[in-house]
Design a protein around this ligand. Structure first.
Ligand code: M5T
Ligand code: MG
Length: 579
C-alpha cells in the first residue's frame, strides 16, 4: 500500500483526531452506565437530589462528547484534505516524468480517473477511517465490555451471539470486496465511454451517430446500475440479519432479567442499560455494510494509484548525460537508425542514414504512415532509437542531457497544439525570458504578427472558446513562432506549413533564414521541398531516395511522379495561360 505512506507527516494530527474520537466514545459508553445508576439509586428510591446531580453530569458529558466529535471531524478533515493534496501533487509530478513509452501503456483517460476519482475515494476513506470506521468496532467492543462490567450474568447472551455475527460479517466482507470491485470497474467503463464521446462530439454529430452512442451509453449505464444494485442489495441483507439477532438478544435479556428482578438478583437500571448497549451495538453493526463498501472501493482505488506510483524507473525519463555548454552547431547525423514503438512489433524506421550540415535545410517527403513523424520524435529523444545511433555535432544524443538537448531544438509538431491562456503566454512557452520585442519579431517571422494585432486584445487575446478561435493555418504559424522564439540550433517542422498558401509559406521560409539553424521540414508539397539543400524520400520506414530537387528530377522516378502530380500541371497551366 504505497499510497498510504503519504499519511506519515500527519501522524500527530491523526493521533489528535483519534484521541478526540476515543474521548467521545468513552463518554458515550458511560452514559448508559450512569443511566442505570440514576434508575437504580435515584428513581427506584425516589431520591430526586441523586437524579438531578447525575442528570447534570450526563448533560455535561453530552456537551463534552459533542465537542470531542466536532474536534475529531475538524482534524479528520484536515488530514484527509492534506493527504489528497499531497497525493495529487505527487501523482502529477510522477506523470510529468513519464516517458512516452509509459504513456503508451497507460491511457490518458485512465490517468485522469486515477488522479481525480481514485484520489477522492482514498481521501474519503481516510476521513471515514478517522471518523466512522474506527468508531463502529470500538463501540461494539466498548459496549460489550461495559455491559459485562455492569452485569455479566445478564450480558452473557452477547457472548453466545457475537461470534456468529462476526463470522457472518467476515463472509460479507469477502463477498463485498468482489462485488464492489466489479462496480468500480464498471464506473471506469462509463468514464471512458463518456470521455470518448465528449472528445469526439464533432465527429459523432457529423456522422449522425447520436442514436448509436445513446444506445452504447445506455447499455453500459445499465450494467453499472445492475452491478451496483447487486452489490448494495447483498450488503443490505446485513441489516435485517443483524437486527434479528440483536432484537432476539434484547428479548432474552428482558425475559431473563424479568425473572431475576423478581428474585432481586438484578436491577431494572441494569436491564435498561444493557438493552441500551445492545442497541448501540446494533446500530454500529448497521454501518458495517457501508464500511465494507468503503473499504473495497478504497482497496481498488489504492491499487490503481499504486500502479502509477510504482511505475518502474526505466520508464521514467532520466536527465543525466553530458551538459551542453554551448549552442549546438546543428550537424545532424543518422547512422543506420531503426525504431519500433514500445508496444508494437512493427519496425517503423529501418536502417536510416543521412547527414545534415549546420544551417542546411532538409526536406522530408513520404506517403502517409511512412515514418516521417516518428523520425522527428527521435531527435529530441521523445523516444529512443532501437538500433543505430543519432549524432548531433558528432556526439551521440544518448549521451546528452535530454532537457538541454530539447532546449536547443524548436519542434513544431504535426498537430499544432496550443494551451489555454493568452497568445503571448503560448509564445513565451518557447522561451520564458523573451522580451516583448523578441516575441513580436518571432511572430513577424512566422507571418502571424499582423493577424494577432487584428484581434481585439492583440497579444493578450485568450485562445479557445471564450477568446479568439484560430484557423488551422493560424495555429500552425503560432506553433512555428513558439518554436523559433528560442533561437534553436535545430528546427523541426512536421508538415507545419500545410495549411499556408504559397505566398505566406515562401515569406516564412525566407524569414527562417534569419535563424541560422539546421531545418528539417516534413512536407507534402514540392514547392516547399524544391529549395531545400537536400530532399529525403521515406517509404515504409526506409530512406529510398536522397538528393537535390534537380538531381532527383533526373534520377528518381518516384520524385518525378510526385513532381508532375502537383507541380507540373500548374506549370503546364501557366504555359497555357501565357499562350
Ligand atoms: C509511422 C505508427 C503508425 C505508423 C508508423 C506517431 C505514431 C506512429 N505510430 C505509432 O505506432 N505510434 C505513434 O505514436 O508508426 O507513423 P508516422 O511516423 O506518424 O508516419 P508519418 O508521419 O510519415 O505519416 P503522416 O500521415 O503524418 O504523413 O504505422 O501507426
Ligand atoms: Mg506525420
Amino acid at each position: 500500500m504505497n499510497s498510504f505512506k503519504f499519511l506519515k507527516p500527519y501522524r500527530m494530527t491523526m493521533f489528535v483526531a483519534i484521541f478526540f474520537l476515543l474521548l467521545e466514545l468513552v463518554v458515550e459508553l458511560f452514559q448508559p452506565y450512569i443511566l442505570s445508576k440514576i434508575i437504580n439509586n435515584g428513581i427506584v428510591h425516589k431520591d430526586l437530589a441523586y437524579v438531578s446531580k447525575w442528570g447534570i453530569i450526563m448533560i455535561v458529558l453530552s456537551v463534552v462528547a459533542f465537542l470531542a466529535g466536532v474536534l475529531n471531524t475538524f482534524y479528520a478533515t484536515h488530514v484527509a484534505q492534506s493527504y489528497s493534496f499531497v497525493l495529487r501533487k505527487t501523482l502529477f509530478e510522477k506523470v510529468q516524468s513519464f516517458s512516452f513509452t509509459t504513456f503508451s501503456f497507460l491511457p490518458t483517460s485512465s490517468i485522469i480517473t486515477r488522479l481525480t476519482n481514485d484520489v477522492s475515494q482514498l481521501q474519503s476513506a481516510v476521513f471515514m477511517s478517522l471518523r466512522i470506521i474506527l468508531r463502529a468496532p470500538l463501540i461494539v467492543t466498548g459496549s460489550v465490555i461495559m455491559a459485562l462490567i455492569l452485569n455479566w450474568k445478564l450480558s452473557f447472551i452477547l457472548f453466545l451471539i457475537l461470534p456468529f455475527l462476526f463470522m457472518f460479517l467476515n463472509w460479507m466482507v469477502k463477498k463485498g470486496r468482489g462485488l464492489f470491485k466489479n462496480v468500480q470497474e464498471n464506473v471506469d467503463v462509463v468514464n471512458s465511454v463518456l470521455r470518448e464521446n465528449l472528445v469526439g462530439m464533432k465527429l459523432i454529430k457529423a456522422f449522425v451517430r447520436n442514436d448509436y452512442e445513446n444506445k452504447r451509453f445506455q447499455h453500459i449505464n445499465k450494467n453499472l446500475k445492475q452491478k451496483t444494485s447487486v452489490a448494495l442489495r447483498t450488503m443490505e441483507i446485513t441489516m435485517p440479519v443483524m437486527l434479528l439477532f440483536m432484537n432476539a438478544s434484547i428479548l432474552v435479556v428482558l425475559w431473563f432479567g424479568n425473572s431475576k428482578v423478581h428474585t432481586h438478583e438484578t436491577n431494572i437500571g441494569d436491564i435498561v442499560a444493557i438493552v441500551n448497549y445492545i442497541s448501540r451495538i446494533t446500530s454500529s453493526f448497521s454501518v458495517f455494510s457501508f464500511i465494507i463498501s468503503a473499504f473495497s472501493r478504497m482497496r481498488a482505488s489504492s491499487e490503481r494509484i499504486d500502479e502509477i506510483l510504482t511505475i518502474e524507473e526505466d520508464l521514467i525519463e532520466k536527465n543525466e548525460g553530458n551538459n551542453l555548454r554551448n549552442r549546438l552547431e546543428g550537424k545532424i547525423q543518422f547512422h543506420q537508425v531503426s525504431f519500433r514503438y514500445p508496444n508494437s512489433d512493427k519496425e517503423v524506421l529501418n536502417n536510416i542514414s543521412f547527414l545534415a550540415y549546420p544551417e542546411q535545410t532538409i526536406a522530408i517527403l513520404g506517403s502517409t504512415g511512412s515514418g516521417k513523424t516518428s523520425l522527428f520524435q527521435l531527435i529530441p529523444r521523445l523516444y529512443e532509437a532501437d538500433g543505430g545511433s543519432i549524432l548531433i555535432d558528432d556526439q551521440d544524443i544518448r549521451k546528452m542531457n535530454s532537457k538541454q538537448l530539447r532546449g536547443q531544438i524548436g519542434y513544431v509538431p504535426q498537430e499544432a497544439l496550443l494551451f489555454t491562456g493568452t497568445i503571448k503566454e503560448n509564445l513565451l512557452m518557447g522561451r520564458e525570458d523573451a522580451t516583448d520585442e523578441e516575441v513580436y519579431l518571432a511572430a513577424k517571422h512566422a507571418q502571424i504578427h499582423e493577424t494577432i494585432l487584428s484581434f481585439p486584445n492583440g497579444y493578450e487575446s485568450k485562445i479557445g472558446q471564450k477568446g479568439v478561435n484560430l484557423s488551422g493555418g493560424q495555429k500552425q504559424r503560432l506553433a512555428i513562432a513558439r518554436a523559433i522564439i528560442r533561437k534553436p540550433s535545430i528546427l523541426l517542422l512536421d508538415d507545419s506549413t500545410s495549411a499556408l498558401d504559397l505566398k505566406t509559406e515562401a515569406s516564412l521560409i525566407e524569414a527562417l533564414k534569419n535563424y541560422k539553424c539546421t531545418t528539417l521540414i516534413i512536407t507534402q508539397k514540392i514547392t516547399t521541398a524544391k529549395n531545400a539543400d537536400k530532399i529525403l524520400i521515406i517509404d515504409e520506414g526506409q530512406l529510398v531516395e536522397e538528393g537535390t530537387h534537380d538531381s532527383l528530377l533526373n534520377s528518381s522516378k518516384l520524385y518525378k511522379a510526385i513532381y508532375y502530380s502537383q507541380y507540373g500541371k500548374e506549370e503546364l497551366m501557366d504555359v497555357k495561360g501565357a499562350n
